[in-house]
Structures are given as structure tokens and as C-alpha cells.
Design a protein around this ligand. Structure first.
Ligand SMILES: CC(C)(COP(=O)(O)OP(=O)(O)OC[C@H]1O[C@@H](n2cnc3c(N)ncnc32)[C@H](O)[C@@H]1OP(=O)(O)O)[C@@H](O)C(=O)NCCC(=O)NCCS
Length: 206
């Protein structure tokens, strides 16, 4: 069950800005991205990978990679953030999210390449995820992170998230935020349009 027809994923690309003004494109992952995504995860520092996956892995296990590149299955979605470096599309970040229709909640995790951390891309990607959540009609966003992950905790705090214990794992903390944005108020052009079209054709929602 998906909120939108995803027959043309490419129409849902967004261009964000890093703090220095570089264009950062956020688009859904496609099967052709499999190698690029593995290279991205292999290239993260061990610490960033640990923070992202809560364990020591060097790359995505095959099953996880398969799920990562097949966007929309089980209402789970993966996006990559890319920058053109010397004319080449370079993955500088990624996020994965799931929308639970029953609870109307939107769970996500994200990472930014170590070389690009501290450039405002994580904050911009988080805002973009909030647009995506609002567009599917979510009323709450949340993620889990290690209690030791100062960067993610600071980013979440700065972005208005509240903290609670993460059910089932004392090493994790949950950061969550209620969202209550009418389609017209969604601050990302493509997701505002998507939400408005969802409202005007309720048959394709759910
Ligand atoms: C957490 C993470 C996504 C932040 O992304 P980023 O692009 O580096 O963050 P930004 O540059 O957008 O920073 C936004 C705010 O986050 C906070 N922040 C970011 N990095 C920080 C750090 N190392 N220490 C403390 N605060 C930090 C700051 O409040 C910052 O605002 P400021 O620069 O105005 O002070 C990134 O560090 C990362 O990918 N880490 C590894 C994977 C991970 O931890 N994922 C989270 C699991 S859900």
C-alpha cells in the first residue's frame, strides 16, 4: 500500500542547498544505484556506519541492499542526496523511511558522508523528510539513535524534536516530532504538489 502512484519516481526529486550553497539533489534510489550505494556505505567512517546501523558493519548485507534499492516495497523508501563533483553525480548522503498507515507515523534514519558532514546537508535532508512525511499524511515523525550520538542528538534538538526512551533498547534514544501541516503549507514544492494531488484524488491514497 502506498500513498502515491510511484510510476514516475523521478518526478519526486528535490534540490536542496548546502550551507555553502551547493545544489544537493535528493532522489529516490533506483536499482542502478546498487554499486554506488555500497561504495557510499563502505566509504563512511567506521564510526558513522556504527551510528547509522547501531553495529559494526562494513557494507550493507545483500538482503538489506536489495530492500534498499527496491523503493516502495512494504511502504519503505530510500533516497540519496547527491552533489555534482567534477561533473559526476556523487552520493553525499542517504535516508531511509517507512510510513505506517495504521499509526500515521513516519520512521526514518539518515547519514551524511563524513567529508560532507557539517555543511548543513543533514539539516536540509531532515527538513525534506518532514515534507515527505507531511505529504503522505503522517502526523508524527520519529527516529532512533544511539545515546552516544551527539551529532544526531544535537541536530534533532535544533530541529525541534523531543526525546523519549526507545522501546526495547536502553542504548537508543527516540527523537520525535508531531507534524500538522496542511498541503498548502508544505515547504517543498514537489511534495506540496504531491499532497495537493493526493487530496484531489483520494482514490489513490492508501
Ligand atoms: C548526524 C548527521 C546526519 C548530521 O549531519 P550533518 O550534515 O553533518 O549536519 P549539519 O551540518 O546539517 O548540522 C546541523 C546541526 O546538527 C548539529 N551537529 C551536526 N554535527 C554535529 C557534531 N559533530 N557535534 C555536535 N552537533 C552537531 C549542529 O546543531 C548543527 O548545527 P550548527 O552547525 O548550526 O551548529 C551526520 O553527522 C551523520 O551522518 N552521522 C553518521 C550517521 C548518523 O549518526 N546517523 C544518525 C542515525 S539516525
Amino acid at each position: 500500500m502506498t500513498a502515491f502512484r510511484l510510476d514516475d519516481l523521478r518526478q519526486h526529486s528535490d534540490v536542496l542547498r548546502s550551507r555553502r550553497g551547493e545544489a544537493v539533489t535528493v532522489r529516490f534510489v533506483e536499482p542502478r544505484d546498487a554499486d554506488g550505494i555500497q561504495n557510499y556505505f563502505r566509504g563512511l567512517s567506521a564510526r558513522s556506519r556504527y551510528n547509522r546501523f547501531f553495529g559494526a558493519i562494513s557494507e550493507l548485507p545483500p538482503g538489506q541492499l536489495d530492500r534498499f534499492i527496491h523503493v516502495g516495497e512494504a511502504d519503505q523508501f530510500s533516497v540519496i542526496a547527491t552533489i555534482l563533483v567534477d561533473g559526476h553525480e556523487t552520493i553525499v548522503g542517504e535516508a531511509r523511511y517507512a510510513f505506517d498507515f495504521e499509526t500515521s507515523s513516519f520512521e526514518f534514519g539518515l547519514s551524511i558522508d563524513d567529508r560532507w558532514q557539517g555543511h548543513g546537508i543533514g539539516a536540509a535532508l531532515l527538513k525534506n523528510l518532514e515534507c515527505r512525511a507531511a505529504a503522505v499524511g503522517a502526523s508524527r515523525l520519529f527516529g532512533d539513535t544511539l545515546r552516544s550520538n551527539d551529532a544526531m542528538i544535537a541536530l534533532a534538538k535544533k530541529s525541534g524534536y523531543a526525546f523519549s526512551n526507545s522501546p526495547g533498547d536502553w542504548k537508543l534514544v527516540r527523537f520525535g516530532k508531531e507534524i500538522n501541516l496542511a498541503p498548502h503549507d508544505i515547504p517543498c514544492a514537489s511534495w506540496k504538489l504531491a499532497a495537493l494531488s493526493r487530496m484531489s484524488s483520494p482514490a489513490i491514497a492508501g
